[in-house]
Design a protein around this ligand. Structure first.
Ligand SMILES: Cc1ncc(COP(=O)(O)O)c(C=O)c1O
Length: 400
């Protein structure tokens, strides 16, 4: 009999991957599925980035990499933080990991004792809660309602803090809502955090480059500089540079924390693939115009999706300010029966029935900690988005 670590029994495989797997099963049977469940850019990595990796491989950069990242990449990260976020980190305050995901895990693993709490505003990326559980901590999920633009209210944060609180995890632009926090929002949250020295803030800025409103992007260490020695600023190449497969994430934070995170990484994976690091240097140091071009394309896709969903009486969809997800409320579908005779009790029923009957894959909101919603990724071409939204319209029109 297999004895499973009780902490691992508390977690599950990501809902987005299981929906994508279900969509793939249908596609393998020859069914034309429109997949809106995956959270990754549909663009290919730009050629100059790929070329840098090939040059590294051909040039013999094929040995074990330094644990914390190559000097060239750490310097590129330092310049990026200074250039785009106006935050200065020393090289020993920066580390590189296998995606932002490993950085988040390293930080939680390095700092949480059993029973410590991590405040996670929801809806959010599901991994924050599961990673916290996997290392013996307890996620404290704080609901951020649509009526407040899915933003965390400082008074709710204050009410959730206990002596056991170790982290607040912020993610903006947010997966799944696209919410972006203004400088004033961050200052108000920072004021609360400042009063509680037992807690630090992790900001996951992986969608930083994908913002569509006039509000400029701010990260916590920039908006509230007096908190910088309690902030871990996390970012990576996956979303902004269409580099999900390269697995490069990075962060800046106090050396005391980075040193502990490096211990974790040294025992789990060692340093990051050398060719990927060379590619990341080219991404961060190279021309940035492609990021702006893609941002404009995503904006048009967002506008198409939001306008088509607005025509569906059973749905209400806010206009996301960033990332590449729409998060419509599906409460109007619940209690109804589909054309195929499926009674819809939950958001998961909606998502599954949409896949089974209209071949559109989405992820149910409960997977992100908020029921009554579904998440659609608009990181795909306009034609597919139009087809998907038409199918959603057909699905909803047939509900009775
Ligand atoms: C909010 C958020 N953080 C982190 C990640 C993972 O990023 P990476 O590919 O750098 O591990 C994702 C991926 O979907 C995400 O949505």
């Amino acid at each position: 009999m297999l004895h499973v670590n009780p902490n691992i029994s508390r977690i599950s495989v990501s809902a987005a991957s299981s929906m994508t797997a279900k969509a793939r099963e249908l596609a393998d049977k020859g069914i034309k599925v429109v997949s809106l469940s995956t959270g990754e850019p549909d663009f290919d990595t730009p050629q100059h980035i790929v070329d840098a990796a090939i040059r590294a491989a051909r040039g013999g950069d094929t040995h074990y990499p330094p644990l914390d990242g190559t000097r060239a990449l750490k310097e590129a990260v330092r310049r990026k933080f200074a250039r785009e976020n106006h935050v200065d980190y020393d090289l020993n305050e920066i580390m590189v990991g296998n995606g932002a995901k490993q950085i988040i895990f390293n930080a939680l693993m390095a700092t949480l004792a059993p029973g410590n709490e991590v405040i996670v505003p929801v809806p959010c990326y599901a991994s924050y809660a599961d990673m916290t559980r996997s290392v013996g901590g307890n996620p404290v999920l704080l609901s951020c309602g649509q009526n407040n633009g899915f933003r965390l209210r400082p008074e709710d944060l204050e009410g959730a803090i206990t002596p056991r609180t170790r982290w607040l995890i912020l993610n903006m632009p947010n997966n799944p809502t696209g919410t972006v926090y203004s400088r004033a929002d961050l200052e108000a949250i920072g004021e609360v955090v400042e009063r509680h020295p037992q807690m630090w803030v992790m900001t996951d800025d992986i969608y930083e480059h994908l913002t569509y409103s006039d509000t400029p992007f701010f990260t916590m260490a920039e908006a509230v500089p007096q908190l910088k020695d309690r902030v871990l600023t996390i970012n990576g190449c996956s979303k902004g540079y269409a580099m999900t497969g390269w697995r490069v994430g990075y962060c800046g934070g106090p050396k005391s924390l980075i040193d502990q995170m490096l211990k974790v990484q040294s025992q789990v994976s060692s340093g990051i693939c050398t060719m990927s690091q060379a590619a990341a240097v080219a991404a961060l140091n190279g021309p940035q115009d492609i990021v702006g071009t893609w941002r404009e394309i995503y904006r048009q896709r967002r506008d198409l999706v939001v306008s088509m969903l607005a025509k569906v009486p059973q749905l209400s969809c806010h206009r996301p300010d960033g990332a590449f997800y729409a998060f419509p409320n599906v409460a109007g579908c619940l209690g109804k029966t589909t054309a195929g005779g499926q009674k819809l009790q939950t958001d998961a029923d909606v998502s599954l029935a949409l896949l089974a009957e209209q071949h559109v894959s989405t992820v149910h909101g409960t997977a992100f900690g908020m029921s009554g919603y579904i998440r659609l990724s608009y990181a795909t071409d306009m034609e597919s988005l139009k087809t998907a939204c038409e199918r959603i319209q057909t699905f909803c029109a047939a509900l009775h």
